[in-house]
Ligand binder design. Structure first.
Ligand SMILES: [Zn+2]
Ligand SMILES: [Zn+2]
Ligand SMILES: [Zn+2]
Length: 368
């Protein structure tokens, strides 16, 4: 028996950074590093207008600079989108009860909240509490995007920018879409009339700009249509940009996304693991714990650990189509080896009535 160590929670690499007391200061717009002395007491931002302010910045960086946006614009897009999400979710959560935005609600103190001097919960925790405690009908897909955004923000802070403009644009558009609906449904109704009006005004501008970004994404997908049609049977959703443009056709350079140009250079194993985790939400640990088969297995054709049995391809959706991310083989009838070795077989060896791999057959023969 080996000692089991708790796996690191992949959901929340780092706790939240934004404390949400009643008043807050203006976010850094990334325009200039101006010296900020002590916050002016007459500048009063409610959490909602603070979140809106971050969104203004996100849209500015996404739409007003170069096309596609520069690395610097993308950096602030990610940072401020994450901050906006955190502030806005917590603003709604605090309306339920202020203690809910504390990392540990049992330790909540009104005084600490008013001073903004406390450890607050993470963005994903805020999302979960809105769902489970406040009872808002939020969707799993949105949770996944917020989780990715947090991961992305942390990666950016620790390792620098890794994703390219197209991937960030496409992903940011989806988070923006979620936030705009969230503000409209769950935040505006509780605001004082004057603030509600000013938020509504900003919202009109947000929707217009978001339309513009979505148009760019759509246009780009349209331009790729004929190219993608040729490889549709080995095309899946890209873990980086979430467009149906990741082609795993066994090409030498590795699986490649035609939309965002992400390549997994000669590394189909990572592409398969990334895909299983980000797009399908399957990771080894939780799947095996639930008694399921591991999300990635050795390919019966090429032997590379890059077979995703639950893959969903463009023509196969919404059903599953087992696809090897290394050799690009699509399998129709896969069976698990009944010898208990975890191997996946594409055929039942001749003369055998039960599916078993050659290794397991040999082991069984040895025993007799
Ligand atoms: Zn992509
Ligand atoms: Zn293969
Ligand atoms: Zn076996």
């Amino acid at each position: 028996m080996t000692e089991q160590t708790a796996p690191q929670d992949p959901d929340e690499p780092e706790g939240g950074t934004e404390e949400i007391p009643a008043p807050t200061t203006v976010p850094d717009q990334g325009v200039k590093k101006t010296k900020r002395p002590s916050p002016r007491p007459d500048v009063f931002f409610t959490p909602v207008s603070n979140g809106m302010d971050y969104l203004v910045s996100v849209l500015k960086h996404l739409t007003e600079g170069a096309t596609p946006p520069s690395a610097r614009d993308l950096k602030y897009t990610v940072l401020h989108l994450q901050a906006a999400t955190e502030v806005l979710l917590k603003a709604r959560l605090a309306r339920e009860h202020f203690s809910l935005i504390f990392a540990d609600p049992l330790q909540a103190k009104r005084d600490a909240w008013q001073k903004g001097d406390f450890k607050s919960c993470g963005t994903l925790e805020a999302f979960d509490r809105l769902l489970n405690i406040a009872g808002l009908p939020l969707e799993e897909d949105d949770r996944k995007r917020i989780r990715e955004l947090s991961d992305h923000r942390n990666a950016l802070q620790h390792y620098g920018l890794k994703y390219n403009a197209y991937a960030i644009e496409s992903r940011a558009a989806r988070v923006l879409d979620f936030l705009i609906t969230f503000i409209h449904r769950y935040l505006i109704p509780g605001l004082k009339p004057a603030e509600a009006m000013s938020v509504e005004r900003d919202m009109d501008m947000f929707r217009m700009k978001l339309k513009g970004i979505e148009m760019l994404v759509k246009q780009r997908m349209n331009d790729l249509r004929s190219e993608l049609a040729k490889v549709a049977d080995v095309t899946v959703k890209c873990p980086d940009c979430e467009q149906w443009a990741m082609v795993a056709d066994g090409r030498e350079e590795g699986p490649t996304c035609l939309f965002c140009h992400q390549v997994w250079p000669e590394d189909p194993e990572s592409a398969a693991a990334n895909y299983a985790w980000i797009i399908l939400g399957l990771d080894d640990h939780s799947v095996i714990q639930d008694g399921g088969d591991p999300p990635v297995a050795d390919c019966p054709d090429c032997g590379v650990y890059a077979l995703v049995a639950q893959a969903v391809t463009t023509p196969g959706q919404p059903g599953v189509t087992p696809l090897c991310f290394a050799c690009g083989t699509v399998f129709n009838n896969l069976v698990a080896c009944e010898g208990g070795c975890g191997a996946v077989l594409s055929f039942v060896p001749d003369g055998e009535s039960i599916p078993m791999c050659f290794d397991c057959i040999d082991t069984r023969l040895d025993r007799f």
